[in-house]
Design a protein. Structure first.
Length: 370
């Protein structure tokens, strides 16, 4: 060990005086190296365990199952299929209600107050809120749940925000699977909130029994209202924000929409969509809305249309799955991928029209039989 007498360090310039002197202090022994921490292994529950917990009403298992079916990872597909197959017999008993409308119509605020109204009356509610995804980054804010602060605290309610992920129609590619999982978990009312949609984004219609369209006053003139599209497939129409100085405008918009619906062929046989005035802000019109929804479900149950509607929902689900899987397998084929890259280069260089390039790549697996 070094002594404590002053001495000159090795870096002192030649001829330096004692001002550069220092003392060497005794050190301490180096500690023994700490043992390496074991790697953290996150164990995912097996599909059978996940399905059992989900059916028992475990909310965390439901969230895990939805994440599993929404995953695009190939290793998750088989597990997702197993879970869906195991729980599918428990599904199908809930009321499926789609809620759509233009951006700014107050969909999330309406669902917040309407959902609390339903929970107060003993309903077990699942809210599937679809957020738009950025066309540049692909990300989503997933902020709808933030607007449902009170509803998200209730044990009777499960809220799941999901990104649209580029899927058209205001819903996600896995909304149907998510509906099935929520029903299997014991939720008797499913609300599907779409992104803000226009007249042609109506994919949610093929997933639900009842379609509620939220409107606002001043969204367009009478001709705009008569245009066929999302209005003609609605089972109920509610004009929101009937409060304050907006009441008269809502009253006029309601009368106009009632005239419009009288000219349209109803989507549901022998059912003319009622037009209601509601205020999510002041919690008005909720009782009337629920009464009309009950009347609608009684109507389609008596006519047998609900059974037929569920059959068409299953058929649309099957067709959608086939189209998704065909697209996935097509572009994941190495031979297709290499030819697609070549054709894209030629299209960008202006050497080949897109129509010819499309026929060329399709001929690799589907020869022209003409």
């Amino acid at each position: 060990m070094s002594d404590l007498s002053p001495r000159l360090p090795a870096w002192v310039p030649p001829g330096a005086g004692r001002a550069f002197a220092c003392r060497e202090m005794p050190g301490i022994p180096a500690p023994e190296p700490a043992p390496a921490m074991p790697a953290v292994v996150v164990l995912r529950p097996a599909p059978a365990e996940l399905a059992e917990r989900l059916v028992a009403g475990d909310r965390s298992a439901l969230a895990r199952a939805i994440t599993l079916v929404e995953s695009n990872a190939p290793r998750h597909r088989s597990d997702a299929r197993e879970v869906i197959e195991m729980v599918s017999s428990r599904a199908g008993q809930a009321r499926r209600i789609g809620i759509s409308g233009v951006p700014g119509a107050g969909k999330s605020t309406f669902i917040e107050v309407f959902g609390n109204y339903l929970c107060d009356r003993g309903r077990r509610l699942a809210v599937l809120a679809v957020d738009p995804s950025s066309s540049l980054s692909g990300g989503s804010i997933l902020g709808d749940k933030t607007r449902m602060e009170l509803l998200s605290r209730r044990q009777e309610c499960f809220i799941r925000p999901s990104p649209a992920g580029g899927a058209l129609g205001g819903v996600t590619r896995k909304t149907r699977e998510t509906i099935l999982l929520c029903e299997a978990a014991g939720y008797d009312t499913i609300l599907v909130e779409t992104v803000g949609v226009g007249q042609s984004e109506i994919a949610v219609r093929s997933m639900v029994d009842c379609f509620l369209l939220l409107m606002i006053a001043g969204a367009g003139d009478e001709l705009q209202g008569i245009k066929k599209g999302i209005i003609e497939i609605a089972d109920l129409i509610a004009v929101n924000k009937a409060d304050g100085n907006n009441r008269n405008r809502v009253r006029a918009a309601r009368a106009e929409l009632e005239r419009v619906t009288s000219f349209l062929n109803p989507f549901t046989t022998n059912w003319r969509p009622p037009v209601l005035a509601v205020s999510a802000l002041e919690r008005e019109g909720l009782k009337e809305t629920w009464a009309e929804i009950n009347r609608f479900f009684s109507h389609i149950a008596e006519s047998g249309e609900q059974t037929e509607r569920r059959k068409h929902q299953a058929l649309a689900w099957w067709r959608g799955l086939v189209e998704q899987e065909l697209r996935s397998r097509f572009f994941s084929d190495p031979r297709i991928a290499s030819q697609a890259a070549r054709l894209e280069t030629e299209i960008l260089a202006g050497l080949k029209p897109p129509s010819i390039a499309a026929e060329e790549i399709l001929d690799l697996i589907i020869p022209n039989l003409a």
